[in-house]
Every structure is written in structure tokens, then in C-alpha cells.
Design a protein around this ligand. Structure first.
Ligand code: ZJS
Ligand code: ZN
Length: 348
């Protein structure tokens, strides 16, 4: 981890809505994977970006390729998912929506279906062990793989939404934002929406994607990942902002990810400020806690120290994130009660 985190932020109950499974693998788990696969000659420095380091977006995406080499069997996915879930729980996360791109690996017999089944198994295992966290799964579409794969992924997600007892709730659109165009993925996303899958889309993560963002906002998505370049000051537009505001589409904001990936010049210039000041639902998230050497407590602390938030402000941010989850109302009610129960202990 990059910084010391105050105990308040660790004890603060939190909701994590934007976490890519393979980007969330901790250094301890990477060690275990490396020792399982010494022949790959992968060193630790290749899978994480440390304090003060920054990489181009392209270099960041290379990191995922390395991690994917290390995670290519059902056994690996099970271990990684269980470790990640337990780490979020240990960091005070009470509700987690994990997202991951189903992959097939001919050499190990991994299929997209068994990939999803394995993540579900990990969630169920943690639940049966009594880990204090409610975990749901968003199936991810990697935009690089084009419209056919996107449609295939939607069909799989639809199937699991119906058979997973509420664990699979929706879809994520992610992957290298400079590759492909959202226009081509519209039919798949439209189908997902029509069948009741919730949609979280990475939008305007890089500049000059206004046209794509406008198009995808017409769906509309249920949440937006990053939205870094949506507002007029950074090349977006007021009409796009208006659309997000009118539809009350929550933003998932990931400070360290954007600074280390260099889409935002420094913490104080992060667009959290723009949206938070407007009173728009803004959820603090990690994106890839392993790759960016962070955790959710640290992201809350960074937001607080950068933007001068009081403990009460921080509490409100974590509490209001409950309204942005994809799980149904009864789950929201349970979480709100949990927050009420924990409050005296956190502010002791
Ligand atoms: C490069 C950078 C600054 C990353 C942060 N921003 C991101 N933007 C878009 N897609 C992402 C990002 N981080 C992770 N992903 C997606 O998540 C995948 C890794 O997790 P998984 O294999 O789906 O379980 C990546 O291959 C990519 O498709
Ligand atoms: Zn992301």
C-alpha cells in the first residue's frame, strides 16, 4: 500500500462499486501465483504501479496482460476471487460489486461459462465462511473484442442473472478506451438493458469521446465509470452533463487510478470536485486496487485530504453510495440499517 491510512477510514463501512477482479489482486496473491507458475518469469514489479509512479494508459493495459498470464485456470480464479473478496472485507467494505471479463483459455480448459461459475463459487464460499460482506458480480465486456463477443457475453450474463440467485446483476463495459467504438456495441448493450441487466459503462475515460458518450448516454446506463472528460472544462459539453444530471446517473470515481494512469494531472484536479460540488451522486471506488497499490480506505482518505472533507461529509459519501448499488431495495434497506448500527463505533 502506498500510504498509512487513518483507522477512521478503515472502520468506516464502505460500498465498492467499481473493482475489476484481475486489477484487484494484491501483492500477496501475486506472490502465490508467481510461485505456481515460475516458468513465466514474471516479477512482481510487472504487476503493480507503486507510490509516485505513473504510467501511460497503454502501459497500464500491458499490466493486465501479465496478470492474465498468471490467472488462467479455474483454480487461479477461485483463489484470486476469494482473496480479493476477503481483502475488501478486511478493509471495511460491506457491499462489493466485482466485475470481470470472462476469458477462455484453450490450454487449461477454462471456458467463459466456467469462468463465471468460478467467480460465483468464490462468492458463495466466502458467504458460507461468514465473511462480513455482500458480494455481487457484473460480467464485463472488453470493448476490444468487438460486437459479436459483446453479444455472446450479454447472453451469458442474462443466463446467469436468471440462475445465480441474484448474484449476477449486470454488465460492465470496459477495456482500452482508445480501441473500438461504442456505436458497434449498442445492440448488445440495448439487449442487456431490455432483459433487465443493469449497465455500468466506462465513459469518456480519455478525451475526445464526446460523440460516443452522447450515444451511450441515450441508453441510458445505470452508472458511469470515470466520466473524466464529460464536463465542458475538459472538452466535454454542458448538454452531456445535463443528460447525466437529469437521469441522476451515479458516477464511479477512482482517484488514484486516474492520477497514476495520467488521465488526470493531480489529485486536486480530479473531477470528483466538479460532480461532488454539484451534489451529483459520486461514489468513491478503487478500479484496480492491486495494480494501483491502493485500497478503498485510502481512496476515501485521499478524497478527504484533497478536498477538505469533514468526517461527517465522508460518512455521507459512503452512506449515499448505498443508493447507487444494483442489488434490490431490500438489500439497500439492510445496508442502511448496518450503517446506523455501526455509526457510534466509527465516531467513538
Ligand atoms: C489503464 C488504466 C489506467 C486502467 C484503469 N482503467 C480501466 N479502464 C478500462 N478498463 C479497465 C480499466 N482497469 C481495468 N479494466 C478492464 O479490466 C480488465 C482486468 O480485469 P478482469 O480481467 O476483467 O478481471 C482489463 O483487461 C480491462 O479490460
Ligand atoms: Zn474501470
Amino acid at each position: 500500500m502506498d500510504n498509512e491510512v487513518d483507522v477512521f477510514y478503515q472502520e468506516l463501512p464502505k460500498v465498492e462499486l467499481h473493482a475489476h477482479l484481475n486489477g484487484s489482486v494484491s501483492s500477496q496473491t501475486i506472490e502465490k501465483l508467481i510461485s505456481r507458475k515460475p516458468h513465466l518469469n514474471i516479477e512482481h514489479g510487472m504487476t503493480a504501479i507503486g507510490k509516485g509512479q505513473r504510467r501511460t494508459l497503454d502501459e497500464c493495459f500491458q499490466v493486465f496482460k501479465v496478470i492474465h498470464q498468471l490467472v488462467d485456470t479455474e483454480e487461479d480464479i477461485l483463489m484470486v476471487a476469494i482473496d480479493v473478496i476477503k481483502e475488501f472485507a478486511a478493509d471495511g467494505v460491506k457491499y462489493l460489486e466485482l466485475r470481470s471479463t470472462p476469458r477462455e483459455e484453450k490450454t487449461t480448459g477454462l471456458t467463459k461459462r466456467s469462468y463465471i461459475e468460478t467467480v460465483i463459487k468464490a462468492i458463495q464460499q466466502c458467504r458460507s465462511e461468514g465473511v462480513d460482506i455482500d458480494v455481487r458480480f457484473l460480467v464485463a465486456i472488453d470493448r476490444r473484442n468487438g460486437p459479436e463477443v459483446a453479444m455472446e457475453t450479454v447472453k451469458l450474463a442474462e443466463e446467469f442473472m436468471l440462475s445465480s440467485d441474484g448474484l449476477v446483476l449486470g454488465l460492465d463495459l470496459s477495456g482500452d478506451p482508445t480501441v473500438g467504438h461504442g456505436r458497434d456495441l449498442l445492440p448488445a448493450l440495448q439487449r442487456a438493458k431490455n432483459c433487465g441487466l443493469k449497465l455500468s459503462l466506462h465513459l469518456s475515460e480519455v478525451p475526445s469521446q464526446l460523440e460516443e458518450s452522447e450515444l451511450l448516454l441515450n441508453l441510458p446506463p445505470d452508472r458511469i465509470g470515470h466520466g473524466t472528460f464529460l464536463h465542458p472544462e475538459v472538452g466535454g459539453s454542458q448538454s452531456v452533463v445535463d443528460k447525466v444530471v437529469e437521469n441522476k446517473i451515479p458516477l464511479e470515481l477512482c482517484l488514484t487510478s486516474n492520477v497514476k494512469g495520467q488521465t488526470v494531472p493531480c489529485y486536486s484536479k480530479h473531477h470528483f470536485k466538479y460532480w461532488y460540488q454539484m451534489g451529483h451522486p459520486s461514489v468513491i471506488c478503487t478500479d484496480d486496487k492491486g495494480v494501483f497499490s491502493t485500497d478503498l480506505s485510502q481512496e476515501y482518505q485521499l478524497a478527504a485530504s484533497t478536498f477538505g472533507l469533514s468526517r461527517e461529509d465522508v460518512w455521507k459519501i459512503s452512506q449515499q453510495a448505498i443508493d447507487c448499488i444494483f442489488a434490490p431495495d431490500n438489500v439497500k434497506q439492510q445496508l442502511k440499517q448496518k450503517w446506523i448500527d455501526l455509526q457510534p463505533q466509527v465516531f467513538k
